[in-house]
Design a protein around this ligand. Sequence first.
Ligand code: NAP
Ligand code: MG
Length: 494
Amino acid sequence: MDGDGARGSALATTAPGLAWEYAPAPESRDVVSIAPEYGLFIDGEFGPAADGGTFATINPATEEPLARVAQAGPADVGRAVAAARRAYETTWRPMPGAERAKYLYRIARVLQERAREFAVLESLDNGKPIKESRDTDIPLAAAHFFYYAGWADKLEHAGFGPGPRPLGVAGQIIPWNFPLLMAAWKLAPALAAGNTCVLKPAETTPLTALLLAEVCQQAGLPPGVVNVLTGAGGTGAALAGHQGVDKIAFTGSTEVGKQIAATVAGTGKKVTLELGGKAANIIFDDAPVEAAVEGIVNGIFFNQGHVCCAGSRLLVQESAAQEVTDRLRRRLGTLRLGDPLDKNTDIGAINSRAQLDKITELSAAGQAEGADRWSPPCELPGRGFWFAPTIFTGVAQSHRIAREEIFGPVLSVLTFRTPDEAVAKANNTPYGLSAGVWTEKGSRILWLASKLRAGVVWANTYNRFDPASPFGGYTESGYGREGGRHGLAAYLDA
Ligand code: NAP
Ligand code: MG
């Protein structure tokens, strides 16, 4: 059951004799060809940055460089915004919605046709397991384009009045945890509503956004409708501050979100912010325990816990706490950590050294503050960025690991006795993005959903996404909604 290096190192299993043996099942890397260098995508063409700057993107599972990518500076931001403005005025805004829809449908279909290529590229650049990029990221990205294609010619019937107008040029800044999916969440509703876009992917995961730019070419999208500017935080700041941008859509940390809000304050630009979270996943003693344990694992170990809505605080009713944590430990012993391209891998690499350092630091703080730390026996590959799945029990609400977003495979377990106490503890956070409730009582679910301060409440499930369903937070988790009809409102002057 043990592998070598980044090729499928597995966590030790439960009792001897119960172990499953897995042979390596690597997805082929050859389905995608990665160029040594990538340019910026401006006005329908790829080209170098004005000052010739580039940076490397690496595979976090091996630290192997994948490609060099152009680093957009202020002059490039200016060119991209100008191209987007031109396309908005001359092509995209005047185009009938039914025509815009055809392009979105085409992009959606090409994403499906090239899904395998996208999945491998996403796993290489991000470190996430292929089964997640293959079964979640890429299909959901295509689904978003399909969904919003359907709205493009029906905007007058979407409940925003008789003639909803697009905003103009949208500057869109996205994080590294779901690179292609976040690009789809941003681009699809903006384009359906008649806006043009300048997209800034995260520095560590630019490659699928660039492949998506190629798909825009393949779909015949008019030049300038979508522009992709690769670069670091400075590129994002230049985009957010550019006066030719009418709307900023940002997904990322609360810290940067606050900076962006300050930048656009008083400019008349519209802004939506999708920020961090510290969600409570609440387990009552009448919950179906096996399903709940799967939900807990999915809630915090999916995508290495690099999920803004991750169920990072487990609130378990005291009478069930022992059973739930015992079963959870046994389940963690069966998770396989290793090569992201292996189809059996459950836990891939941490996306960057900086993120690994943050997870390591917060976990050390949890120990220092007195919580009990546990991980299954686990051999980590020698190269790349890895962190064993970790559970903290005996966590107090004042601990940093109960308050701060770790954004990694680390679960903090707290207990409660009554439903009121569960609500009070769940809401004791500056965030308000998501929550989970596990109980067999429907009335209790409805009662809790009305009390929990969270944009999404999942009942007897976790981390479920659908393009028709709005997503977004309260307070430090940001404002505005993405997905569904609400997601259109963020791109319409209505
Ligand atoms: P981040 O540092 O805020 O980065 C997000 C994006 O903003 C990246 O493209 C980043 O570029 C760019 N950026 C950095 N500094 C900037 C600045 N001063 N002005 C404009 N743009 C700037 O966040 P992250 O560490 O990449 O992502 C993790 C965080 O995102 C977590 O807190 C997580 O909860 C949150 N998140 C929220 C959601 C949601 O839907 N609510 C979804 C995913 C993630 P570089 O990558 O080049 O630095
Ligand atoms: Mg990378």
